[in-house]
Design a protein. Structure first.
Length: 213
C-alpha cells in the first residue's frame, strides 16, 4: 500500500472541531517478533525518525498530547511535550493489544500455529493464550474515544500503536472486527479524524507520511 503524503497538516485541522491526530511509533529493534505490550525499544533508525517527526510536529499548535505508557511511544511524546511545554497524559487504554503467551515470539514461528490463523476469522472471540481479543481492545479504545469527545474543540495528538489506531478506525466507523486486519499502518505514520459539534466526523488522513515532507 502506497503511503499517503502530506503537504500541510494545518489543512486538516479545523477550528470548530476536535482534531484527533494519531501517530504510530517508529521502527523497533526487532520487527520480526509479535511484541504487543512488551516494552520493546526503538531501533537507532526508529529514534532518529522519532526525532525528525518531533521536529515536524513541533511546527503546529497542540492543546494536549496523549501517549501509551510504553517506551516506543513515550520517546517522541516526551520530546515534543518538553519542546513545546504542553501537557502530556499517559493513557493505559491506548497501550497495544496484549498478545499474552505469543508476545515476544517470532511471527514466523507463530504462523505454524493453527490458532494464530483462526484468530483472523474470529478476532472478537479468539485470543492468544492469556491475551486479549479484539473485543477487549475495542472496549479500551471506545473508553478513550468517549473521553476525547468530552474535550473542548482543539488539536489533540495521540502517540500509540498500529493495533490501537486500527481499532479506533473500526470503532469510529462501526466496522466488524475482521476488517481490522485489512488496514495498513506504517511506522511513524499519522492519521487524522475530525469530530464536529453537529456529530459529523471526517477521516482527513490515513497512514500519511510526514517524514518525507
Amino acid at each position: 500500500m502506497k503511503i499517503q503524503k502530506i503537504k500541510m497538516v494545518n489543512n486538516f485541522l479545523f477550528r470548530e472541531a476536535i482534531n484527533l491526530v494519531l501517530v504510530r511509533h517508529s521502527e523497533v529493534i526487532d520487527p520480526s517478533i509479535l511484541y504487543g505490550q512488551i516494552d520493546i525499544e526503538l531501533s537507532l533508525k526508529g529514534k532518529k525518525d522519532s526525532e525528525k517527526l518531533v521536529e515536524k510536529l513541533s511546527l503546529y499548535t497542540w492543546d494536549k498530547i496523549f501517549v501509551s505508557p510504553l517506551k516506543r511511544t513515550l520517546y517522541p511524546a516526551k520530546l515534543l511535550a518538553e519542546k513545546l511545554n504542553i501537557p502530556l497524559v499517559q493513557v493505559e487504554e491506548i497501550k497495544e493489544i496484549n498478545f499474552g503467551e505469543w508476545a515476544g515470539k517470532p511471527i514466523k514461528e507463530l504462523s505454524q500455529n493453527p490458532v494464530f490463523w483462526e484468530r483472523y476469522k474470529d478476532p472478537e472471540n479468539i485470543a492468544p493464550p492469556n491475551g486479549e481479543t479484539l473485543k477487549d481492545l475495542r472496549k479500551r479504545v471506545r473508553s478513550f474515544l468517549e473521553k476525547i469527545k468530552r474535550e473542548e474543540k482543539g488539536n489533540f495528538l495521540v502517540f500509540s500503536h498500529a493495533g490501537v489506531i486500527k481499532a479506533i478506525f473500526c470503532e469510529i466507523f462501526n466496522l466488524p472486527s475482521y476488517l481490522y486486519f485489512s488496514l495498513n499502518l506504517n511506522y511513524s505514520s499519522i492519521s487524522i479524524f475530525n469530530f464536529f459539534p453537529d456529530g459529523i466526523f471526517t477521516l482527513s488522513l490515513w497512514n500519511a507520511d510526514l517524514l518525507s515532507e
